[in-house]
Ligand binder design. Structure first.
Ligand code: NAI
Ligand code: MG
Length: 363
């Protein structure tokens, strides 16, 4: 069986982190005949420098043909002045749009070895393992009208519109329920039905989807602001949280800070299952950006990228045992006291990007 991966390392620390995943892929092919067929492409500033576009049509076609895309990070001061349509971020936005990636998965996991050095209370974060499922292609970031109008009296009006249709809520809640079945079987849906019509519809459609197809999963509803509070107060009450694009953007950033460094956080973005094969288009990327302040210095933490690859094994290839082993290897390296600079604390051993990748591979 061949598994087609497209690697888009991007800019800054993106290529440094991706190099560590490439080591893992080669090792899996050599030792376990995992059958990964790897292609490479350019995205972001690197693509702009090569062909004046944030991603070329040829690389976009490769992304659409791949079983999964691994994405590093894009952007940096070098490209601050480039035209808006071809700025580095445009590459990621095009990938999300053309691959129709409507479901963004952001796990918040606190590795036991890091709980003690967390700035939060140890009992709040220790053993934390939650998954935020954010709707990524609808809602207020895309709804029309979206404009600034001149009112003519020295005043202007900024307008964004929150729009959700039934099918969008059905498909995102379906993803959340299905993922919950592989975890603790609990979903909490967050919206603001008390002040938003789209929130009323959201809550109704999630409840109807649950009743029709997923009544074995435990479902609760929470107002999104209260959800933010509960995430900080006692996050371990949650398993899977499903929410819209705007609330998901904020709540996943809040949850991220429960776990330590940006350098630890993976994410996945999934599309709809193909009618014939049942497989989903998918893109996996660390939450962090291109970190120009540390790029080229061998300081980047590769764990976010490696954990994104573990999500790829789990969700695109159903390689559950392999994903578990890779995540366990990360935890074991941390248990041994090995750290990159961003998660360094007293008495631990500091490693560079390559040495951290090697240590994980060794485990
Ligand atoms: P950033 O995530 O690149 O960096 C924020 C801080 O976290 C920096 O101090 C950085 O050194 C540190 N950091 C991030 N990842 C790390 C890692 N793996 N290991 C160790 N330390 C790490 O965000 P920032 O500085 O706001 O943006 C830098 C550039 O990245 C900008 O051009 C921005 O547009 C772009 N960006 C790209 C994203 C993407 O490609 N998806 C996401 C966020 C930002
Ligand atoms: Mg955000």
């Amino acid at each position: 069986m061949t598994r087609k991966l497209l690697l888009l390392p991007g800019d800054g620390i993106g290529p440094e982190a991706m190099a560590e995943v490439r080591k893992l892929i080669s090792a899996m092919n050599e030792r376990f005949s995992s059958g990964f067929e790897v292609e490479e492409g350019l995205v972001g500033g690197a693509a702009y420098d090569a062909h004046g576009q944030a991603i070329s049509d040829a690389d976009m076609a490769k992304a659409l043909a791949a079983d999964a895309v691994l994405f590093g990070a894009v952007g940096g001061p070098k490209w601050d002045g480039v035209p808006y349509e071809v700025r580095p971020e445009a590459g990621l936005l095009r990938l999300r749009k053309e691959m129709e990636l409507f479901a963004n998965l952001r796990p918040a996991i606190c590795y036991p070895a890091l709980a003690a050095s967390s700035s939060l209370k140890q009992e709040v974060v220790e053993g934390l393992d939650i998954l935020i499922v954010r709707e990524l292609t609808g809602g207020v970031y895309f709804g029309e009208p979206k404009e600034i109008i001149d009112l003519g009296n020295g005043q202007k009006r900024g307008i964004d519109t929150q729009v959700y249709d039934t099918f969008e809520i059905e498909r995102i809640s379906g993803v959340a329920f299905e993922l919950a079945r592989t975890r603790q079987n609990k979903v909490c849906s967050m919206e603001k039905h008390n002040v938003m019509k789209s929130g009323v519809l959201w809550k109704d459609v999630v409840a109807a989807t649950h009743k029709a197809k997923y009544s074995d999963v435990e479902l609760t509803h929470m107002l999104a602001d209260a959800g933010g509070m509960q995430l900080v107060r006692w996050p371990k009450q949650f398993d899977v949280i499903v929410t819209d694009n705007l609330f998901g953007d904020m709540l996943s950033d809040v949850a991220a800070m429960l776990t330590g460094s940006l350098g630890m956080l993976p994410s996945a973005s999934l599309g709809a299952p193909d009618a014939k094969t049942g497989s989903r288009k998918a893109l996996y990327e660390p939450v962090h950006g291109s970190a120009p302040d540390i790029a080229g210095k061998g300081l980047a933490n590769p764990i976010a990228m490696i954990a994104s690859f573990a999500m790829c094994l789990r969700y695109s290839f159903s390689m559950i045992a392999e994903a578990d082993r890779l995540e366990a290897a990360v935890a074991a390296v941390l248990d041994d006291g090995q750290r990159t600079a961003d998660i360094m604390s007293d008495g631990k051993t500091q490693l560079g990007t390559g040495a951290m990748g090697d240590a994980i591979l060794e485990k």
